[in-house]
Design a protein around this ligand. Sequence first.
Ligand SMILES: *[C@@H]1O[C@H](CO)[C@@H](O)[C@H](O)[C@H]1NC(C)=O
Ligand SMILES: *[C@@H]1O[C@H](CO)[C@@H](O)[C@H](O)[C@H]1NC(C)=O
Length: 287
Amino acid sequence: MKYQMLRWLCLLSLSLPLLFWLGCVIIRDNPSPAVQSNGLRGYMRITPGRTEQFLHMHCNQCALVSSSGQMLGAGVGEEIDKIGCVIRMNNAPTQGYEKDVGSRTSVRVVSHTSVPLLVKNERYYFNQSAGTTYVIWGPERNMRQDGKGRTFNALLKVAEKYPNVRIYAVTSEKVQYCDGVFQNETGKNRMKTGAFLSTGFFTMILAIEMCDSIHVYGMIDDSYCSRANHNVVPYHYYERNRIDECKMYRVHEHTQRGGHRFITEKAIYAKWATRHKMEFKHPSWVL
Ligand SMILES: *[C@@H]1O[C@H](CO)[C@@H](O)[C@H](O)[C@H]1NC(C)=O
Ligand SMILES: *[C@@H]1O[C@H](CO)[C@@H](O)[C@H](O)[C@H]1NC(C)=O
């Protein structure tokens, strides 16, 4: 009896280190964007002085507020405003939608295509909302700094006019890195398959890098649209009469050239959610 117990103990003491070692190997095989060593060096400030300044931002808790029509009637504005850092995308408004989406904005991640929309309303975005940090992503041809990058030039003008505003560009290395992440996760080359990454994808990668824990609001999962009785909502909560979200997602998923792979991207987030502190609300995800 005693002898048998000793054998068990011996086996256990041999297998525990083995399990631990296996665990380490598995974790190391799954590198996440968060453990990238150059961290926020992927975001460089746009200033007239042309000094190299990288984004320094770290939050314990982040609310990542989707622009989806799912936010209409969500009634989570107060809950969102209580969270340390609130991240929004493009020109998604808060005015008039406070009850559903909240009113604070710490960070706005903006596509090069949405920059003109911000500039059109520049007093609001860059003077009244001077407490917001802007992170702009775009292709090299628009973001190049040699005077030929249209988007970069427009942003530099804004930075000159509103010296207090904090505008950062996603560096071309970081954009390439995001392409690499997409390729590693899907096995598909983004460019060869005719896809563009969405602003949501860049936002999720930034959130993983700067937030310890992420509360995602209003994002649907990758199988939401194929479920019967799903909610039919506008693609954006602030554009009531546009095509509905699921129709838009389906069209983009199958567009040969220039489509966003919204559905594929959601499947990637579900994987990341198993390795990071991330929860999805309105609708909630079962992971
Ligand atoms: C920004 O807002 C302040 C205060 O409202 C105002 O005095 C200033 O002129 C504005 N700056 C610009 C460039 O519009
Ligand atoms: C993609 O995977 C390759 C091979 O494992 C790795 O070397 C590379 O760093 C990964 N790229 C990104 C952006 O994660």
